[in-house]
Design a protein around this ligand. Structure first.
Ligand code: A2P
Length: 277
């Protein structure tokens, strides 16, 4: 159904322009950064009506064949930024990403107006250390969470972990961590509290291996100089490969970690919105 009154901040009211469905706004692409032949970051304008919490996702997409084609994407920018960032894979025959990977500054992107998701600080009980465990584009929501001052107020230590096949794929996470540490205000809050553990699974790198194996063996904690995982002190957010989510959920459950939700905060949260991709 088409909305006859376009929401403010969209260009749906330009003469002759087609209006997006009522739950979408049309944003403009401001900037694209390609990290590898498989990964890129997309920056768009942000409707002033869009409010979201760090860690949430929205539906984004393009009109393909005259119809909106949408997928869930975590917002990677901060809740206070006036732009939106998204971190995407490029799948050559992917229904959306085969088109999205060719998007250029000035192009239009459809953005949903109903952010949602489970990777919220409020879904976690108070704790000392926050682990952000991601593979691939699963790091996107953590780029938002790392830019939220509340994260640094709530936790003594924040451990950002990104697992990818190849070292070049770690660039987005690496850039995010550097941005946070160099940021005038966040940098001060994060100094001495932010630990970064980028790991590659299919080539030689400073840290190597799957996140699951590195936790199970205790190698990650030894490398970082932090205690073993403790459900009384550690809080965990997980986003990425479905196989990793399933394995980590079992591992954490066996160690006494209880999954949190907006109804009942817990010791860990998982984002399952992307498991179909
Ligand atoms: P691996 O190279 O050993 O398969 P993908 O590109 O397939 O989405 O994978 C992204 C990253 O997630 C890769 O480094 C991959 O490691 C890793 N991965 C895949 N399955 C698991 C799992 N069950 N536990 C932890 N990491 C995983």
């Amino acid at each position: 159904m088409l909305n006859q009154t376009p929401p403010p901040g969209t260009n749906g009211d330009a003469p002759g322009a087609k209006r997006p469905p009522s739950n979408l706004t049309r944003e403009r692409v401001l900037d694209i950064e390609h990290f590898t032949d498989k990964l890129f970051r997309l920056r768009t304008t942000r409707s002033p009506t869009l409010r979201f919490q760090s860690g949430q996702f929205v539906m984004i997409g393009l009109e393909v064949g005259g119809r909106p084609l949408l997928r869930a994407y975590s917002v990677a920018s901060a809740h206070y930024d006036d732009h939106l960032d998204f971190f995407s894979i490029k799948v050559p025959d992917g229904p959306l990403t085969s088109h999205l990977q060719h998007i250029a500054p000035g192009d239009e992107l459809l953005v949903g107006s109903k952010p949602t998701g489970t990777l919220l600080l409020g879904n976690l009980l108070p704790g000392r250390r926050l682990y952000l465990l991601a593979t691939g584009t699963g790091f996107a929501p953590f780029a938002s969470i790392l830019r939220d001052p509340e994260t640094w107020e709530r936790f003594e230590t924040v451990i950002a972990v990104e697992g990818c096949r190849e070292a070049a794929e770690l660039a987005f996470a690496d850039q995010t961590v550097r941005d946070v540490l160099e940021h005038e205000l966040l940098g001060e809050m994060a100094a001495g509290k932010l630990l970064f553990y980028p790991t590659a699974t299919r080539e030689a790198y400073r840290f190597q291996g799957r996140i699951t194996d590195l936790i199970r063996s205790g190698r990650m904690m030894r490398d970082l100089g932090v205690p073993d995982l403790d459900p009384n002190e550690d809080r965990v957010m997980i986003c990425g490969s479905p196989a990793m989510l399933a394995e980590l959920k079992t591992m954490l459950g066996a160690s006494g970690f209880v999954e949190g939700s907006s109804a009942t905060p817990g010791a860990f949260v998982i984002e399952r919105a992307f498991v179909e991709r």
